[in-house]
Every structure is written in structure tokens, then in C-alpha cells.
Design a protein around this ligand. Structure first.
Ligand SMILES: Cc1cc2nc3c(=O)[nH]c(=O)nc-3n(C[C@H](O)[C@H](O)[C@H](O)COP(=O)(O)OP(=O)(O)OC[C@H]3O[C@@H](n4cnc5c(N)ncnc54)[C@H](O)[C@@H]3O)c2cc1C
Length: 420
């Protein structure tokens, strides 16, 4: 069934979630006009390699490209590259792109998040974020050719992204200090249970850890007439010398273009359990805060697998009207060659039960278990066993959803993701 009129589907955000929605619409049989609006002047690309292979110097930036222009053309997608959406008129069903009001039948918000910056860092050279391909290229340039000259790198934020950046930059031969506000290296959901293992892994690979401290001041020197970072002064009075600083202190949802629409954008785009934010308006990926029908909470999940599943679910909903089963978050990461997988919710208040392998050997699968059923799983270098346990967890969650679609308004706001 195809429910579209001539205005078609407009997807704002031409990255993983936006591109996957477009592909999903076509594979579900949608034959109407499809427009993909993206503010970056690039073809859609994959972000996870930016903090891994690209930063470690094993991939060029082109290897992150997800779709070339001719592929989008074959898919019948009009890609408005380097175009920014600035406003939406819900009643008129138009989205303003480059000053022009474009009509839509369905609008999908897939605008992701933007990296938070350190206060007082404006105008100081050598201070980086890592969210975009341009960020990665600028950082690479400051780090110089990997392996030739080791520079002092301070990574601010000991969350998932900070730990990954520390791992990749250290692997490329640089001196790395990881600075975190909380007393432990937090690693997304695993932090409560595995922070000691993660800190040990980082330390034994030569990453210096400074946790439980804030950055109080950025010290700089003059280089060729430019203010350039030279050190960070921390809240305990100590000074960390730094030629390059990478800031990984979390992100803010890119929602300014939806202001004034009446949609709740207080922390991303609030949606029901099917990604619906308002009639004919949906959100997918990092910007989206879907109701979780299992917990009754609305949360954003900054993980790639969730972005893909949400995109397919919204595409199916638009084309067939079919609603989706609850999406269970899946996340993976890599630190010094160790593959870490997390599925579901690792409850910090429950003990971690080892299901296979041995944490001492850094090969194991473990779970938090409630009333005999796993709520969350972590796998460390044991992908096959992890997959087996995951299949059990998915089955459990699908069987246990609460009917909470209407609870979206009063729901507790929980944010989970790549935040320090
Ligand atoms: C360095 C890094 C490493 C990561 N590693 C992992 C990992 O190991 N595992 C994992 O699960 N996840 C990882 N992630 C997260 C993963 O990349 C995201 O979940 C995924 O990119 C989300 O896709 P998205 O399309 O929702 O958002 P994004 O990829 O952020 O894309 C949003 C796009 O919308 C554009 N946009 C914003 N506003 C507008 C506007 N008004 N008009 C037009 N366009 C706009 C942006 O420019 C951007 O191109 C990583 C992320 C980063 C940055």
C-alpha cells in the first residue's frame, strides 16, 4: 500500500538514520518523491570509524562513505547536499530549506546531535571535537603523520567516545592523558560494572588517567600569531601539558529547526513507541527520544544499531501502517583491539552474572538478571556466545512490553549514550 501524495517524504539529516529511512521506504515499496536534506557538504558517511580506524590511521576518510551519488540517484532520492532545514510549518506541512518552503506529506527528523564544547575554548587552536568527518580531518592534521612525531594529547571526557579516542590516538603512538569528571572511567551502560576493567585496559596500554577532576582553565601560547593550546589546568590544581586536546563531553540534539512547532524538543524529538512525534512527523536516530514500551520511559539512544532499526520501523509505518516491536538497544565498541558488545539494559543496581568465559581472561559474556531473565548483556571478545544470549534477551523483551504508548507525555526522561 502506498499512502503518499505528490509532496512525498522529506527526510532532514542525510546520515545513517536519514539514509536508512530512504532505503527502507524504497524497499517497503514506496514509489513517491523522496528528498534527503543534509547540511554537510558530503555524501552520507559512517561515524563509528572516525574514532577507531580513521583516528588510528588505518582508514582514509573516503572509506567511511555509505552511499555514492549514483546510488542515491538509482534509489530515486533527491539529495539536497549542503542544505540546512531551518523551520517547519506543521499546519501547512512545509519545511523551510534554503529559505524555500518545501511541501511534505511525511517529514522525518534525522538530524542527530552536535558535540558540546569546552567553555572558553573558542578561538584557541588545537582544541577539537569528534563528531563529523571534517572534525576527524582537522584532528588528524593537528596530530600530524601517525608514528612520526608523538605529541601530547589530552582527551577530556572519560565516556565511551573519550575512551575510544584515547585508545585510537595512543595506538597511533601519541602520549595520551584521559581526563574525566566522574571518579571512574564510565563506559556507557557498562560503567557501573566494568569501569575498573576498562581503566586497567587503558592504563596497561599507556593511557594516563586523571579522573574525578574538571578542566578549570585552558593554558595557551602564541604560535605564528595564533593562540594555541599548551596545557589544561585541572580542578585539583595540577597541569596536564597538551599540544592537542580532544573534547568528548557529550552532545546536544540538533532540534533548533523544529522550534515553534509545538513538538516537545526539550531533549531531542519526543516520539511515541513508533517514532511518531506529531501527525505525519517522525524522528529517528540520535535526535529521537522514543518511548520505550518496556520501561515506560522516553529516552534517546545514541547508538548506530538503534538508528538503523528506528529508520526501518518508521519506513514500514509510513508505507504499510504496520507498528514495530520494541527496539532493544545494541551497542558495540573497540578499545585496543578488544571488542565490547552491550545489549539491552545493564542495570547498575543488579550484580553482573557471568554466563560464559572468564572476565580475568577478558573473554566473557555477562548479564544483569531480574527474576530469572537477563535485562542486559555485555560481551567482551566472545561474539558468538554473546549472539546466543542476545537471542534469548530479545525474545524476553518482545514478550514483556507494557502498553505505555500514551504515557509518553508524563514519562521520565532518561538519556543514555556516548556521554562522559
Ligand atoms: C566518533 C563517533 C564514534 C561512534 N562510534 C559508535 C560505535 O562504536 N557504536 C555505536 O553504536 N555508535 C557509535 N557512534 C554513534 C553513531 O555514529 C550514531 O548513533 C549515528 O551516527 C546516528 O546517526 P543519525 O543519522 O541519527 O545522526 P548523525 O549521524 O549525527 O547525522 C545527523 C545529520 O543531520 C545533519 N543535520 C543536522 N541538522 C540539520 C538541519 N537542520 N538540516 C539539515 N541537516 C542537518 C547533520 O549535519 C548530520 O549530517 C559513534 C559516533 C561518533 C561521532
Amino acid at each position: 500500500m502506498n499512502k503518499t501524495s505528490g509532496a512525498g517524504v522529506v527526510i532532514v539529516g542525510a546520515s545513517l538514520a536519514g539514509l536508512t529511512t530512504a532505503e527502507g521506504l524504497r524497499s517497503e515499496g514506496y514509489a513517491g518523491p523522496l528528498t534527503l536534506v543534509g547540511e554537510e557538504d558530503r555524501m552520507p558517511y559512517n561515524r563509528p570509524p572516525l574514532s577507531k580506524q580513521v583516528l588510528a590511521g588505518t582508514w582514509g576518510i573516503d572509506q567511511t562513505t555509505m552511499s555514492e551519488a549514483d546510488q542515491l540517484e538509482r534509489l530515486g532520492v533527491q539529495h539536497l547536499r549542503a542544505h540546512r532545514a531551518t523551520a517547519v510549518d506543521v499546519a501547512a506541512r512545509t519545511v523551510t530549506v534554503g529559505g524555500v518552503a518545501e511541501p511534505f506529506e511525511h517529514l522525518v527528523a534525522a538530524t542527530g546531535v552536535t558535540a558540546r564544547r569546552l567553555l572558553n575554548s573558542h578561538g584557541v587552536r588545537g582544541i577539537h571535537s569528534l563528531r563529523t568527518a571534517d572534525d576527524a580531518l582537522a584532528l588528524q592534521q593537528d596530530l600530524g603523520d601517525a608514528g612520526q612525531v608523538a605529541v601530547q594529547v589530552a582527551v577530556v571526557g572519560a565516556g565511551v567516545l573519550g575512551c575510544e579516542i584515547a585508545s585510537a590516538v595512543r595506538s597511533a603512538g601519541h602520549h595520551v592523558t584521559l581526563i574525566g569528571r566522574s571518579a571512574k572511567a564510565r563506559f556507557g551502560q557498562t560503567g557501573g560494572h566494568l569501569s575498573a576493567m576498562i581503566a586497567e585496559l587503558l592504563r596497561e596500554n599507556g593511557v594516563r588517567m586523571r579522573v574525578g577532576v574538571d578542566v578549570d582553565e585552558i593554558e595557551s601560547r602564541d604560535a605564528d600569531g595564533h593562540k594555541t593550546v599548551s596545557a589544561l589546568r585541572l580542578s585539583d590544581g595540577s597541569v596536564v601539558p597538551a599540544d592537542v586536546v580532544v573534547v568528548a563531553i557529550g552532545c546536544s540534539p540538533a532540534v533548533d529547526w523544529l522550534a515553534g512547532t509545538g513538538i516537545d524538543i526539550s531533549d531531542g524529538v519526543l516520539c511515541d513507541a513508533n517514532g511518531v512525534a506529531a501527525p505525519n512527523i517522525y524522528a529517528v536516530g540520535d535526535v529521537a527520544r522514543w518511548l520505550d514500551p518496556v520501561t515506560g520511559e522516553a529516552r534517546r539512544v545514541e547508538h548506530q544499531a538503534t538508528a538503523i532499526e528506528q529508520a526501518h520501523a518508521v519506513a514500514r509505518l509510513i508505507v504499510t501502517g504496520e507498528r514495530t516491536a520494541p527496539i532493544v538497544p545494541l551497542f558495540w565498541s573497540e578499545l585496543f583491539g578488544n571488542r565490547i558488545l552491550v545489549h539491552g539494559r545493564l542495570d547498575p543496581n543488579l550484580p553482573l552474572t557471568v554466563l560464559a568465559g572468564d572476565p580475568a581472561e577478558r573473554r566473557f559474556v555477562a548479564a544483569t538478571i531480574l527474576r530469572g531473565q537477563p535485562t542486559g548483556l555485555v560481551g567482551w571478545n566472545m561474539p558468538r556466545e554473546f549472539r546466543q544470549e542476545r537471542a534469548r534477551l530479545v525474545q524476553h523483551v518482545v514478550q514483556q512490553p507494557v502498553e505505555a504508548t500514551e504515557a509518553v507525555k508524563g514519562s521520565e526522561i532518561v538519556k543514555e549514550g556516548m556521554v562522559a
